[in-house]
Design a protein around this ligand. Sequence first.
Ligand code: SF4
Length: 458
Amino acid sequence: MFYREMKDHCGVFGYSSCDPAMTASMIYYGLFALQHRGQESCGIALENNGELQLVKKMGLVSQALGGENLGSMKGYRGIGHVRYSTAGTSCISDAQPLSAEVSKPYTDFISLAHNGNITNAGELRLQLKKEGMTFQTKADTEVILNLIARTQTGDLIRDLKEALSRLRGAFSLLILVKNRLIAVRDPHGVRPLVLGKKDDDWVVASETCALDIIRASFVREIAPGEIVVIENGNISCSNLDLPGPSRQCVFELIYFSRPDSFHFGTNVHMARKRMGQALAQSDKGLRADFVIAVPDSGIPAALGYSDASGIPYERGFTRNHYIGRSFIHPLQDQREMAVKVKLNPVFPVVNKRDLIVIDDSLVRGTTCRLIVKLLKDFGAKSVHLRFASPPVCFPCIYGIDTPDRNKLLAANYDIDGIKKFIGADSVAYLEIDKLRSCQECPDDFCYACFTGNYFDSV
Ligand code: SF4
């Protein structure tokens, strides 16, 4: 699905450099590669000999941080963030990194960049307020910042273990303190976080596409519950010592992550292809002239479907890349106009053809309905819509902003009702067992938006 019925979340990027002049531009390029994870605001915090420099702006990385914006920033280490709000509000005060002055033996500041959602943030915020802590933002990230700030064991790792043990939900965190860059992943490993190396410099990022852009090599994924401290060009690893189990977000593989990225033990493009192949295996006997994709995230699954079914893959739509992402338009009719502006069927591929159309997921169904109508307007003989994942029936509480249940099509209609609403000749989706069988370690994933089985609800 090319436009979002579910809103984006966040991306983080950290860099520890031998050359303080390089850090800001490395983070800029890293954030540029992670732009798909959040388009609302972005920011960079750099540390140089105990001095913290911070820039945060609304808008896209290229506009907000490009040009002269980073010219004077220098530092041996830094963190960056791209954001779409899933908790908190859409304003500059909630943009990240969030920073605070503290009084600790090892640092007098903390800066934090967070991807995920803390499910007990409201309760923790209330407790902290009762203890006299104040809040400047509505973001759950400030709860984490305050928890770390008020924990006073005298030791960085002990402070982190104690503060972070109170969190529930999802957090992939980058933390900047004096002379150290720290990366932490929650014990369930919900959001991805990877470690990379560029010559003698260390990189931490939400996805490997951010390593590729600066030609850093992929070292490994940061493990669920792991704390990685980068100091003086060396890394040391410890653990939060909190119980798992591993619950990596399967939606990262279905839709959110970039297809060139590698995490959760797989390449995202190949994972999507496997889902398309599995979908075709459930569809034996269905014939069509072409398999086409709803671009862009439907493309790998459509290729997989075509491989497994033997039905040729064709490019059914041309996409206009020069409009903003349509989910930023809050009104439904504007969204629909944005779909028409952004996607146009390729007439000879579509006209008088029987088509199998592959989309990555079914959320509200409003985009699918318009896409089917577009294809029929262009003379498609039949449109068989296939989703390369089970239908979303439950909202996500771990950092993906899904609509309420009453707006999720499959939560309110059976398959016949869905087919009628969308106007397709047939509709089918990848069953949950088949989705699980596409993963090497199926039990390590979260499927809660399909099943309602939240692993850590509060
Ligand atoms: S509920 Fe869905 S979107 Fe949220 S973490 Fe689980 S699999 Fe991912």
